[in-house]
Design a protein around this ligand. Sequence first.
Ligand SMILES: [Ca+2]
Ligand SMILES: [Ca+2]
Length: 738
Amino acid sequence: MLAAFASAIHNNDMNLLRPGHTAGWLVAIVFLVGVANLHAAASRPNIIVILSDDVGYSDIGCYGGEIQTPNLDSLAKNGLRFTQFYNTARCCPTRAALLTGLYPHQAGIGHMVSDGGHEGYRGELNRRCVTIGEVLRPAGYSTYMAGKWHVTRNAHIKPEGPKDSWPVQRGFDRFYGTITGAGNYFDPAMLTRDNTCVTAFSDPEYRPARYYYTDALADQTVRFIREHHERTPQKPFFAYLAFTAAHWPLHALEEDIAKYRGKYDVGYEPIHRARLEKMKQLGLIDPKWQPALLKGNWASVSNKAWEARCMEVYAAQLDRMDQGIGRVVDELRRQGTLDNTLIFYMQDNGGCAEGMGRGRQARPRKAVEPKPADYVFVNHRGPHVRDGRPYRVGPDAMPGPEDTYIAYGEAWANVSNTPFREYKHWTHEGGISTPLVVHWPKGIAASRRGKLEAQPGHLIDIMATCVDVAGAKYPRTVGTNSIRPMEGVSLAPAFRGRSLGRKNPIFWEHEANRAVRDGRWKLVAKENKPWELYDIQIDRTEQHDLSSAEPKRAQQLAAQWEAYAARANVLPLGGWRDRAGGTNASPALEFTLADGDHLERADAPNIFARGFSISARFDTEGKDGVIVAQGGSGQGFALFVQNGKLAFSLRRGTVLTTTAAIPVSSGLHTAKATVMKGGAIILALDDQSSVSAQAPGLLQQMPADGLDVGEDAGGLVGPYKEENSFGGRIESVHIKLQ
Ligand SMILES: [Ca+2]
Ligand SMILES: [Ca+2]
């Protein structure tokens, strides 16, 4: 009652204090505001938002997983679990929506952190949104963040900034973490304390015996809330703890991996089945739903020990995260502040099927000189670790150690997302469903504890909930900028078993994958594919498309989505591609390379929307393989020899254009490939024979993969297999941009 009164005064004080009121009123109001604030300070909860990265719906224990997460399970047992909570299917847009209470495109991050040039795709939080920190700070909260930020434009992710979109400038009193999105857990890139880049080995404030990012994030959070309690116990705090666990690379501590040794030797199916059973027992899924197809076939896996090890390391990453969450909870318990701390745990997107580091590496890279302790790695992965060893990838490298860089792949991601369809990137349930564990002994009715909450919710609701429970005021303007109204609803009514009263459908768009959820109905489509309609109540696994059976309903939902897209900066659809990658790439126009060279994306030629030519001197010695390639399955080029013939491929989205092949004998040759402005390709051998082809145009974005001389590592550009290492000798490769 008093809290409601305090909140009413917060919301209306500007109206009440307008000129013309009598002095008596003013005195009374000032007195009341004072009382309300005193009360509020004593009773408003601390708020901690915990986010994990690239984790599937059924991974943690209290959502069906075999991974040991006793601390999250305990929060769930004494709190509330939402069964239909949603993220936005990808790292950056999820963080944008979570931080601002808006849909990601409204905050400027419809895609990732490249600048597409359109309002919805600038790759950075804009000034028409506010972060939870910016809203809670004026309401008397201290604000802390530890973890992955990833809502700053690529071009601004470097030690010297500009830093106007870094955490301290966007609402956080203190920050420890990474401005960028992923990287080495033993030596994170762009590690930053407040506004200053540090490294795991040069930070004077944190020198553990053994650095591991997940531990560091938990340690810093404990430190922030301990110092808060010592210095300003009268103030509530907001803390945002954004783990990178269990995003690739698969990096974990051996003692944690040991707990899972052998656990996954049984393969995908038994783990999937056990999860389904546990989820049914827990009441998380309806036994009548038909689980989405299991993708992996263990019998046909040729590297079983490696494949099982991938999942062991993944499990260890989450296990370690849970241990860290336990330390944060222990600190609150020690302070006596746990009961009035509202803790949220959620995941930023579904399990990730990306193939990072899964291709065989046939040409081991050479070690280089070590880097000093204070050298800041800017890219998520350089070619080498700090001590100079090259990263190892592919099934010959067992993941876990710091010099490996591998992801667990589609088959395990599919198990992580049991029982749903699709993955990170897609707006089917496997891409956007996340656990939401809420723990708040003072705020969640005793009768609700340990229960499941089936009302759908979305990241946009976290801001609305924070504003609600903190009695904060969501601003209409900041300076001269008008702020977009919050999109979500407070989740607090559900803490007491009431309806959320949501009036609007929930919407998604990511990479032209799109969806709308209204009540039990969901309309969903992949890029360039027709809409599918599902009754989520009886078919949450999206197995029975009802769009033909219920065309009217599908049409109505589609119209709602179109209206959303028009009002929420989603259009132009695919707008992120327009200038994507045009920033934070190498400014160099010429590259001279040698056999075995590898350039990371940021150091590679910026071939986005640009013509270029390649000249390579080589001897096939009668063998095949890739001479030089840049990019992967999305965008890129490759010059390669196949069946004794030279060819050149340009990949542009789904269109692969490959020239005719020119026979090439043993002995030294010079190949020259030119990609011209309109997409015309000319390939010449020794200035004697030449062939041409016509691609639909230049590359639509800078490829995510880097450049390799002598192989195509990671994602494949051309029509060859993962084992594509060049069998001959490469004397030189010269690349020139137009
Ligand atoms: Ca993610
Ligand atoms: Ca590649």
